[in-house]
Structures are given as structure tokens and as C-alpha cells.
Write a protein that binds this ligand. Structure first.
Ligand code: ADP
Ligand code: MG
Length: 238
């Protein structure tokens, strides 16, 4: 029995779709309270990697450990119960209930009694208290992204996967998101984030992995990555 103590450990993850190998043997260990960025061109396997980690797609090969426990092959809800939460590139909210109820609904498996208070804190952290009683569908696209992150926060997960949390949002929303990620991280969460906005990557990530054609082609600090020739070719198209 192999034991892995880091909050998130990936070993040899592989996923094929027919003839396409979307994820081609990814190894990664994310340390406690680290924010690791995942960058790479469209189609390089980033979202598929998240789907494998979160149990939303079965993997063809590999193993995953979450806070010291192997979760390989578990269903998505069991992986969520074990402490993992994620957001989607396109927010998955309940459009026809209020913003506050979207937060409360996210807490159902968690702490019922603490939920209203926690929802208040999350609304404040994300600066959406003034629209708490609006329908989720009435929020701007950026506010919906904040709310989706808020739903994640309701569960106090150990490991959080963010898929393009700030793509296309107003700079003010971006600032709120950035600050919230910092706070949640300081409270003890570990992050793996897919991010296209390199300024955001520079500001929040301790470490970066670069994917191309399903593989990790480079890893390091922002400065190391920016200087890497492979990365410039694969990602920046130079
Ligand atoms: P990224 O998130 O980096 O843009 P994806 O993980 O979405 O990349 O896609 C990686 C590769 O896998 C692409 O070639 C994509 O077309 C393919 N792919 C992703 N999801 C599926 C799927 N459900 N069925 C078939 N092919 C898929
Ligand atoms: Mg994607």
C-alpha cells in the first residue's frame, strides 16, 4: 500500500478518446497550500485532466491520491466528499433560485447549521452581498463566476480545481477573485488552476506546469516558464 501525504498526488494519468490521447501520462504532486497553475494551448488536455482528477471521467491508467487517501476510480461525489471541489469553464449554477440559495444548496452535504453564516461570509468575501436575493441568472457573467467559486467555498474543500476562473471577466471581478483565492488559500486550501491570463498566473501561482498534447512539457516558477524555449514554442506560438 503506497501512502502519499500531499493534498493532491497524480501518478501516470492517461486518457484516450478513440484515437486521441487527451492526457498522456501526467505526474504531479501539489503541496499543502500551494497554488499550481496549469497552462497550455487549446486541446492540450487541461480540462480532461480536471475531469479525471474529479472523477467525472474514468481514466485509462494512473492513480490519484487526495489528502493521503487513494481515490482512484471513485465516483465524482465520493471524491467531492473526500475533500475536492471544482469549478467549470462555464459556471454550473441553479439559474432560477437566488444567489444566496445557490450557496446554501452547495452546503447540503456539509454543515447544515453553519451554512447560513458561511454563506454570509462568502457573499461578503466575493462582494455580491447586494445581489444575494437576486436570481443567479440575473448576475453578470463575471459575478456568476464569483458565485461558482463561492459554491466551492461553502464546502471548505482541501483541494480546489479552478478551470479558467477569470477568463473574460471585468478587471474589478478579477481583483475580487484574486483576493478571494488568496484568502481561501491562507485558510488552508490547496489549488490547481487552469488559467490563460498570464498576469493572473504570475500573481497567484507558486508553480506552473505547461501541458502540450496531453503531456507536461515544462514546469517551474513563472520566470522559469517564461524563459523556457519549449513553452514559447508550444504555448506562446513562437
Ligand atoms: P484543453 O482543456 O487543454 O483545451 P481538453 O482537455 O478539452 O483540452 O481536450 C484535450 C483533447 O481531448 C482534445 O483533442 C479534445 O478534442 C479531446 N476531447 C476532450 N474531451 C473529449 C470528449 N469528451 N470526447 C472526445 N474527445 C475529447
Ligand atoms: Mg479546457
Amino acid at each position: 500500500q503506497t501512502v502519499r501525504h500531499s493534498p493532491l498526488v497524480l501518478e501516470g494519468l492517461v486518457k484516450h478518446f478513440g484515437g486521441v490521447t487527451a492526457v498522456a501520462g501526467v505526474d504531479l504532486e501539489v503541496e499543502s497550500c500551494e497554488v499550481v497553475g496549469v497552462i497550455g494551448p487549446n486541446g492540450s488536455g487541461k480540462s480532461t485532466l480536471f475531469n479525471l482528477i474529479s472523477g467525472m471521467l474514468p481514466m485509462d491508467e494512473g492513480r490519484v491520491w487526495l489528502v493521503g487517501k487513494e481515490v482512484t476510480g471513485r465516483s465524482a461525489w465520493r471524491i467531492a466528499r473526500a475533500g475536492l471541489a471544482r469549478t467549470f469553464q462555464i459556471p454550473s449554477l441553479f439559474d432560477n433560485i437566488s444567489v444566496r440559495d445557490n450557496l446554501l444548496a452547495a452546503a447540503v452535504e456539509g454543515d447544515w447549521k453553519g451554512a447560513p453564516r458561511r454563506a454570509g461570509e462568502v457573499l461578503e468575501m466575493l462582494e455580491i452581498s447586494h445581489v444575494a436575493d437576486n436570481l443567479a441568472s440575473e448576475l453578470s457573467g463575471g459575478q456568476q463566476k464569483l458565485l461558482e467559486f463561492g459554491r466551492v467555498c461553502m464546502r471548505d474543500p482541501s483541494v480546489i480545481l479552478l478551470d479558467e476562473a477569470t477568463a473574460g471577466v471585468h478587471p474589478n471581478i478579477r481583483r475580487i477573485m484574486l483576493e478571494a483565492i488568496r484568502r481561501v488559500r491562507e485558510a488552508g486550501a490547496t489549488f490547481l488552476v487552469i488559467e490563460h491570463d498570464m498576469e493572473m498566473v504570475r500573481e497567484i501561482c507558486d508553480r506552473i506546469i505547461v501541458m502540450d498534447a496531453g503531456q507536461v512539457v515544462a514546469k517551474g516558477s513563472f520566470d522559469e516558464i517564461a524563459d523556457n524555449v519549449e513553452v514559447q514554442r508550444a504555448y506562446l506560438g513562437r
